[in-house]
Design a binder for this molecule. Sequence first.
Ligand code: GCU
Length: 654
Amino acid sequence: MTYSGDFDAAWLPSGAFRAVGSRRSLIRAADAGPLVETVYGELADACARFGGRVVRGGGEDAELVLELTDDDLGDEGFALTRRDGTTTVTASGGRGLLYGLFHVVRLGEDAFAGERAREEHRPAYASRMLDHWDNVAVHPVMGQVERGYAGGSLFWADGRARGDLGRVRAYGRLLAACGINAVAVNNVNVHATEARLLTDRIGEVAAIADVLRPYGIRTHLSVTFAAPMVLGGLPTADPLDEAVRGWWAEATRRVYEQIGDFGGYVVKADSEGQPGPFAYGRSHADGANTLAAALEPYGGTVHWRAFVYDHHQDWRDRSTDRARAAYDHFTPLDGEFAANAVLQVKHGPMDFQVREPVSPLLGAMPDTRLAVELQVTQEYTGQQRHACWLGPMWSEALRFRPDGEVSAGRLADGLVAVSNAGDDPFWTGHPLAQANLYAFGRLAWDPAADPRAVLGEWIALTHPGAEERLADGLHAVLDGSWSTYEKYTAPLGVGFMVQPGHHYGPSVDGYEYSPWGTYHFADRDGIGVDRTTATGTGYAGQYAKPWAEVYESPETCPDELLLFFHHVPYGHVLHSGKTVIQHIYDTHFEGVEEAEEARRVWAGLADLVEPARHARVAERFEEQLRSAREWRDQVNSYFLRKSGVPDERGRTIH
Ligand code: GCU
């Protein structure tokens, strides 16, 4: 089937299938399930467009064979071989076969050239999930999609699940093509309408699950911890109360009646005002385990978020440190969580800033299943008006090793991200933000992948057959765009400095005297947060060695995190040889220059990009540049006024 609606083909345009669609293909699968049907459908469509042929069973002299075998490749793995003119994908499950097909699509003609010794591909993270912060009813402050920058929800419109789920199906297809296997369809802040998705409105969730299933995606639901009260009319939501446990068991049984492969629950409890176990004197393990017990008979999982901190902090109180909170709350509970409970931890200790250290919780709970949460939606990285390619940032985080050793493997059991997709024709508002969604899936499959290569894949798939100049141009505007964004916003890991509430654009003191625990402590002498064990909040001591020592001293702390860990004078000399104040000035001028250059490069690609896409990106670069200048001028002026130290190079600071 084709998806020729009024939305973009993203990384699956017709042309991306030319190599597979022009071949003779054979599918061998004894008991064909829905995923094998999907594989067949994909090949049949591609062949109809490019003149190839696909048959099932055997007998044919095929150039591409996709086969279910008894090999032990797991449900999702696949093997690829090429010998004597035949490219063969084998898998032990339907998902593996589908991922194998998309792998061949990515390889294009290369999949059909020369010989290829057997390669085995398996995902590093078993769970590769996207959370949608989508509301069913438009929220008066947060709108339809909380922190959404790509229009309305893909799933919900006019207060209910969309009647036409064709686009959700196309979304599932895009996600499968980059390896994502789970989606949570509603906001972690569960308001009154959305609470009911769990019970009387589960049919709407089931309809969504039906269209995602053929692409190997299991559907999850965010639920409110207070559900037994708000939906069940019980006087308590105490997780150890028998009636409460019974209520969860029964509600969950009914969910599985409708959605046999339901993935499970996502819970934000005791976090930013959401209800949770603390109200009953119970621990978060007690809370998570009650839901886990309800899900266990059906193979479901509860994703329990670790984003628990005091959001009513007194800014005068220098001893409370929000960065410490998740570790302090959760490490004492290590070993107490059920086997089907996953603690979902934001990658940094604060909140998706452009630069944060990796959360110390990630090395500190060996007897708990953990998932790392990333944010594809660019809440603090330009809100999909700025080009900010996040592959390098995630790659850095996922390669972090809590013990400092270089070891293979994963940082946690699962990888989750907040999606950046909505009903915008380009899916993601900024067309180039599609690359972030794609990269999340690919890095969840292989966190050791080179992000530049992942970007190259996205470019090639999205623009099949394009001239080299387009790929070069896209690399030029995206490769360094995270660094560019970092340069013109909050310096050296200190974070925030954004306008309160919506979080777009600069406001250096916007959160300085607020209850949110996000301060920079700039005064006339210096800036930064002392998180050392010796004189500060002790956060640095939450790391194992060597990191606890590396971060403890400004001598060894990496420049880019200096102000996250230390309060230093403006004259402090960085490893780069510059003073902190001169670094602030220089990076803010450079950041704007780099944004100007990106805009110029993009303008030069006009002849290679379809007009609507080119225009949309061009318009976003205008806004990025306006905003970057505003950041530069506010940040530089602020620090010139605070410090009184002039710019060495005498540039204009207002
Ligand atoms: C951020 C974001 C909120 C969101 C929260 C969360 O604070 O601004 O909108 O609800 O993270 O992750 O729960």
